[in-house]
Design a protein around this ligand. Sequence first.
Ligand code: ZN
Length: 52
Amino acid sequence: MKTKERFVFLECTECKNRYYTTHKRQRATYKLEKKKFCRFCRKHTSHKEHKL
Ligand SMILES: [Zn+2]
């Protein structure tokens, strides 16, 4: 069964590194933003979605 999902990168808003990947539904129009631990900043920062 195929799911309509696409992969996106999560970019740290502080150091601009992209290493988290996630996926979301194709039709979703909202922008993902998640609080995640950034291993470069060594703290929790918000990560914004970035297309591949
Ligand atoms: Zn960072």
